[in-house]
Design a binder for this molecule. Structure first.
Ligand SMILES: *[C@@H]1O[C@H](CO)[C@@H](O)[C@H](O)[C@H]1NC(C)=O
Ligand SMILES: [Cu+2]
Length: 225
């Protein structure tokens, strides 16, 4: 139902070929990244209150493997084909609770903290460094606890965000194992759905006219250490 609706909406708006986030560190598509529902149609999530706003999975299924990284290093998260709508990239992490498995944990609850979000450059129009790019370096904070995490990639297409529900969310979640970490439990954790409202100023925004002079990213502040 939803993919069909998304395809029809795309056709009606005259937009085609959106994008996915299928791989990390040059691995195979949907190997360390849980396969998102848009893997064939490149569609988007439009409803911030839907379950799909978390990892874009209607029935969460494990990836075939996880990617191990050292705390304090970074992960390269790739888009396919590339991010070409205007809007911010963001990345979140959620630690798999002790006693649970990365392969079955679904990321429930206020467990997500943000490790990156993008601000535009301001001028005669907004420009975004993510625009046209297909790979993004995600910092994995040095002080977080070792263990397994879901790493959530999000791009918000803001080209039609001037009306409620018009922002387009492109999302996937990778499975990573963090080694060599510290003991910090990051503050400001949020749930998906729940973190965003359709009326948030970074989600309901006309980026074309008048051209904004500031941009407030939705969700919590960025955590770093
Ligand atoms: C991968 O990371 C997890 C979580 O920290 C750890 O339990 C596991 O031993 C790591 N695997 C390797 C091969 O380092
Ligand atoms: Cu599009």
């Amino acid at each position: 139902m939803l993919p069909t609706a998304v395809v029809l909406l795309g056709a009606a708006l005259g937009v085609s070929g959106h994008y996915t986030f299928p791989k990390v560190n040059g691995g195979a598509d949907w190997a360390q990244v849980r396969r998102a529902d848009n893997w064939q149609n490149n569609g988007f999530v439009g409803d911030v209150n839907s379950a799909q706003i978390r990892c874009f999975q209607s029935s969460p299924a494990a990836a075939s493997s996880s990617l191990n990284v050292t705390a304090g290093s970074s992960v390269t998260y790739s888009a396919a084909p590339n991010v070409y709508h205007p809007g911010p990239m963001a990345f979140y992490l959620a630690r798999v609770p002790d006693g649970q498995s990365i392969n079955s944990w679904n990321g429930d609850g206020a467990v997500w903290f943000k490790v990156y979000h993008e601000q535009p450059n301001f001028g005669s129009q907004l420009t975004w460094s993510s625009n046209g790019k297909s790979s993004f370096s995600v910092p994995i904070p040095r002080c977080i606890k070792s263990g397994y995490y879901l790493l959530r990639a999000e791009h918000i297409g803001l080209h039609a965000a001037g009306s409620s529900g018009g922002a387009q969310f492109y999302i996937s979640c990778a499975q990573i194992g963090v080694t060599g970490g510290g003991s910090t439990d990051p503050p400001n954790k949020v749930a998906f759905p729940g973190a965003y409202k359709a009326s948030d100023p970074g989600i309901l925004i006309n980026i074309n006219y008048p051209v904004p002079t500031s941009y407030k990213n939705p969700g919590p502040p960025v955590f770093s250490c």
